[in-house]
Write a protein that binds this ligand. Sequence first.
Ligand code: GLN
Length: 537
Amino acid sequence: MNQTKYIFVTGGVTSSLGKGIIAASLAKLLQGRGYRTTIQKFDPYLNVDPGTLNPYEHGECYVTDDGAETDLDLGHYERFLNVPTSQANNVTTGRIYLSVIEKERRGEFLGKTVQVVPHITNEIKERMQLLGKSGDFDIVITEIGGTVGDIESLPYIESVRQLVWDLGENNAIVIHLTLIPYLAAAGELKTKPTQHSVKTLMESGIKADILVCRTEHQISQEIRNKLALFCNVKKEAVIQSIDASTIYEVPNLMLEEGLDVVALKKLDLPKKAAPDLKNWNTFLRRLKNPKHTINIGLIGKYVEMQDCYKSILEAFIHAGAANETKVNVISIHSEYIDLENIKEKLKDLDGILVAPGFGERGIEGKIEAIHYARENKVPFLGICLGMQMATIEYSRNVLGYADANSTEMNPDTTNPVVNLMEDQKTVTDKGGTMRLGAWKCEIKPDTLAYRIYGKTTISERHRHRYEFNSHYLAELEKAGLKASGVNPETGLVEIVELEDHPFYIGVQYHPEYKSTVENPHPLFVNFVAAVVKAKKK
Ligand code: GLN
């Protein structure tokens, strides 16, 4: 195929309709039919990337192999497609403006007035075609963040209009995701908000080709006809997206509704064979028919908001299905754990995960939870900050260094068992300057880590500034906390573990970012298996 085809996904009526899931589900079907498909997201905020955002603002920050700090929707793209994304898959308005302003300073527009149209829109159009021009993809799906009608989205919407015009209607189409609310008092589904949202899109010169309608109730043929007529789309292009019990159900629901077939027809592409969803459906069957149930405590400080630990929750879904186990993840706020209530709070847990994080808040609760898991032989997994806290717990309670700490939490500690990495000491900018992305790790034989991975060299994704202080390595190892994985170039400790325990491991990296439906992460798979085993005993 020489002409890359483009599908744009916009949203109307309200935010949080799940554009990312619809984009990922459509991509899954197109991939299943043999089209090389990728998804990118354009976000309308001014941060250059979401790395500087508090998770409460925008959910988890997802990290790619090449070290981009991105929107959490990229996690969905990878989990559905099983293909890595990169820096190019997530662009924000901040990034666009930064690059236009840098060009202006270099004199690239010398003599010209630099304006939103055409300079910002040209930059957006260029970025929208970057992956398409790489030759690696037949179809590029672009999700436009925000809701149509927002002031912030306007340059994106104008760029989409121009691109559809530039590329021609058979090469670029627009899918509009909207909500059909149900009024319980009237017992009716309402189409008016959708009609208005489509009209708003038309005011910007864009005609939606396909409507995907989120709904809590089946949409009758009569309502579909009405939507088609008033929103100016073909009847077959009105797609129902009914609430599903799991997001992993959505590709099948979209297949039943024919979303992929309508999109291919509009793009003038052959249907090819029916999508191959064999592995996908095996996963779904296992997910829905668990033989065991376990409770895993997620000890963190952003537990009020589901999206803050998105990739961890999804990794447990993948690992649960792999073990035919229903994993109930019980979120526990580390700030409210203390010595008095810890038994009460953790007693029903079959496994404990201590989450990543930044800053001092809730730290002591995390350390206490690890202490509890270690002494009571509860399977334990520590991720990033969780691994650092495990090191502190061991130093305090086994080595006897009562003030052991990370210099992130206490710069004056006399036992900095976790400290700032050498190359971070000169860093002053906060954005994009952590140790990010994929790094190699060498695993020692005869360790839990080796049994989990089954190989000696792995690559995992990182996002941190602090590290295990190797000055304490010999002492900690002698006392039983083994460094089973080390970065081959820098010697940085990446994995710590305990032998005399059913399952106790802390990792400096983020395994959750690499877990997909088709490749559930071995660390999560083995953790769940260990919890099931320990529970049986
Ligand atoms: N705050 C710690 C660091 O910067 C851990 C980061 C994390 O958990 N992602 O090293």
